[in-house]
Design a protein around this ligand. Structure first.
Ligand SMILES: Nc1nc2c(ncn2[C@@H]2O[C@H](COP(=O)(O)OP(=O)(O)OP(=O)(O)O)[C@@H](O)[C@H]2O)c(=O)[nH]1
Length: 412
């Protein structure tokens, strides 16, 4: 379901800008120009339909932020936009439980709104752990985090924090106070880094102690950022957002570098990494299959390169579906590779034969034309010479399958 964003704004220009930004973010803008209209529209729909509200601080029928109070009381994460940015307005806004505020200074700030909207949606899957022995401090941070839709976890000591991390794989960020019992925050961070890399877990060290050099000690022990208490909410959110976005960017780079650009399957490089990880625990048995589409050049020559690409993508979908429990990759061109560990050779043979038949029976439709293709498969279960030797053997078997007339499997 497309989530709604309630806009309460009386300026036409600003409304038009936001309407198009929100629609571009695949969200449904619900536009109202006054508090009365907003209340009327909102009363006829379920609050869960809304991702958040974007509310102007100053409206003709709500000159002092009354529309903000309405949105907050309606349990909507609320983003405030404001034309005036004097200190008293800023303080008034920040004293309310708002997600953030956006000054209508220039077009650039509307880009920030896009970023906020996307974050509110994504944060629902991001866990943040707060480690602090002061309950008040912990709860004040988790309340702020929940305002941004994060899933929050609390711990009063390093031990509890580590237990939380072990039990909840969705925790991407930990905020750790320096003064916690038994083990200090800095000690906890350096302990955590033995297990969690900076690419997998962001850590913000936090302290009310302004001793010089503490921030550097946090960073040197493995924190990705630090924050002094008391912090202002704005800075708190900026640092959280920056850290979470850094992790997401790393995850995107990882995904792109590990997958094949056309089909989205793991690529050859990722295949070797996964096999190497699997070999850390010596498997009882290993098998490797190379799948090659027959006469694929003909598909390109007859139907065009786009149809060739389409065929590869469809085949890759089947590879992903068929081999979810194993390691499969596009090796290059029209060739795919599947690695099995701890699977009986008879079962591997049965799976691969099943796959070959499924491809032969599959009819693809591209631009109203039906086409089908077959694959040849080279398979081996001889793992003594390592993964490269297995690939060479499977390749030799594939060559025989091609020479014997294609659409067949050749085993050891
Ligand atoms: N559309 C498309 N074609 C590709 C891609 N990668 C490789 N090819 C084509 O795949 C074809 C492979 O041709 P060949 O190596 O002669 O093999 P074949 O025609 O499948 O014949 P056999 O393997 O002997 O059955 C070439 O025409 C390549 O251009 C791709 O990403 N997209």
């Amino acid at each position: 379901m497309q989530r709604k964003v309630l806009i309460v704004e009386d300026s036409k220009t600003s409304m038009n800008l936001m309407r198009s930004l929100i629609a571009k973010a695949q969200l449904q803008p619900i536009c109202t120009t006054s508090l009365v209209e907003a209340k009327h529209v909102f009363s006829s729909s379920a609050p869960e339909e809304y991702l958040c509200a974007v509310v102007d601080f100053n409206l003709p029928d709500a000159p002092n932020g009354e529309a903000i109070d309405f949105a907050i009381e309606s349990f909507l994460p609320t983003i405030v936009i404001t034309g005036s940015l004097d200190e008293s307005t800023r303080t008034t806004i920040l004293n309310k439980r708002v997600v953030d505020y956006i000054p209508k200074e220039n077009a650039q700030v509307y880009e920030y709104l896009t970023r906020l909207l996307s974050r509110l949606d994504k944060n629902k899957k991001v866990g943040v752990l707060v480690v602090d022995d002061s309950r008040v401090s912990r709860q004040s941070m988790t309340a702020l985090l929940r305002r941004h839709n994060f899933i929050t976890f609390e711990a009063a000591s390093a031990e509890q924090g580590m237990e939380s991390l072990r039990s909840h794989s969705n925790i991407r960020l930990a905020i750790i106070d320096e003064n916690i019992p038994v083990m200090s925050g800095i000690q906890m961070i350096s302990e955590l880094r033995k297990t969690y890399s900076k690419e997998d877990l962001g850590i913000i060290g936090i302290s009310s102690d302004t001793t010089s050099g503490l921030s550097a000690r946090f960073i040197k022990s493995g924190a990705t950022d630090y924050l002094y208490k008391p912090y202002c909410h704005e800075e708190f959110f900026c640092r959280i957002m920056q850290n979470v976005e850094r992790l997401e960017n790393i995850a995107t780079i990882r995904r792109v570098s590990n997958s094949d650009y056309l089909t989205g399957l793991p690529n050859r490089r990722h295949f070797f990494t996964r096999v190497a990880a699997n070999l850390k625990v010596t498997p009882k048995s290993q098998s490797l299959a190379i799948i090659d589409i027959d006469h694929f050049k003909k598909v390109n020559d007859t139907y065009g390169h786009d149809c060739g690409d389409y065929t590869l993508k469809e085949l890759a979908k089947l590879v992903a579906e068929y081999f979810t429990d194993y390691t499969a990759a596009r090796f290059g061109g029209e060739e795919f590779c599947v690695y099995f560990s701890n699977t009986a050779p008879e079962k591997v043979l049965q799976i691969m034969e099943g796959f070959r038949k499924a491809i032969a029976n599959k009819v693809l439709t591209f631009e109203k034309q039906s086409l089908s293709c077959t694959v040849s498969i080279g398979l081996t279960h001889k793992s003594r010479g390592g993964i490269n030797a297995m690939i060479r053997l499977a390749d030799q078997h594939l060559y025989i399958a091609k020479n014997n007339g294609r659409n067949q499997l050749v085993d050891d």
